[in-house]
Design a protein. Structure first.
Length: 202
């Protein structure tokens, strides 16, 4: 028997495909400035580093600085990580989670993802970052300040042991198209993007 695992309140019928797989590697994917990273992802492949689609990402200044991991990507619900625990924690466990910028601070997004067992966090920008991350909005940080969330209290990030990076709004839309996210009404949070996970029961 096949079941859908998102969270209990949703019962939907959709066509399910392979999850997007992403490679994050802080050392082998450095761009010239040494701050912005290149991440690669693909659908239906085993190794995104071998020919996957790439995009650029800006890590958190005080977050994990060295990382090398590959994992499947799922949309966090709620999309801004405003619930504790996250509604789809079971599906986040052992995967890379995608959140949207805003509502909840980046460090708290990372905390909630970590508590759900995520291995990394991708944050979809809301339009405030420009394409080369030279400006991401007042007090948000940038490539010039060494990373996103550069004005945070560094101590808050000490308990975070998974990487967090932000990608531009345009690249986030491209990623979500590859992920085939579905928009569903999730009370009390309203319309939310979700990743439907097909889980085969024993």
């Amino acid at each position: 028997m096949t079941g859908l695992s998102i969270f209990v309140i949703l019962i939907v019928q959709v066509v399910l495909g392979d999850l997007v797989k992403m490679r994050l590697d802080s050392e082998r994917t450095k761009v010239v400035d040494g701050v912005v990273k290149k991440v690669k992802y693909c659908v239906g492949c085993n190794d995104p580093s071998r020919g996957g689609t790439f995009t650029f990402a800006l890590p958190a200044k005080y977050g994990v600085s060295k990382f090398a991991l590959t994992g499947e990507v799922v949309q966090g619900v709620p999309n801004h990580a405003e619930s504790k625990p996250l509604l789809n924690s079971d599906d986040i466990y052992g995967r890379i989670v995608l959140f949207t910028r805003g509502v909840v601070s980046l460090v708290h997004k990372a905390q909630r993802a970590q508590q759900s067992g995520a291995i990394a966090v991708i944050v979809a920008d809301d339009g405030r970052c420009d394409d080369d991350f030279t400006d991401c909005g007042a007090r948000a940080g940038s490539v010039r300040s060494g990373g996103i969330a550069s004005n945070d209290d560094e101590i808050e990030w000490k308990i975070i042991d998974i990487p967090l990076v932000i990608i531009t709004q345009r690249e986030a839309e491209r990623l979500k198209q590859a992920m085939r996210v579905q928009e569903l009404d999730v009370p009390p949070y309203g319309n939310q993007n979700v990743t439907l996970i097909e889980r085969k029961e024993p």
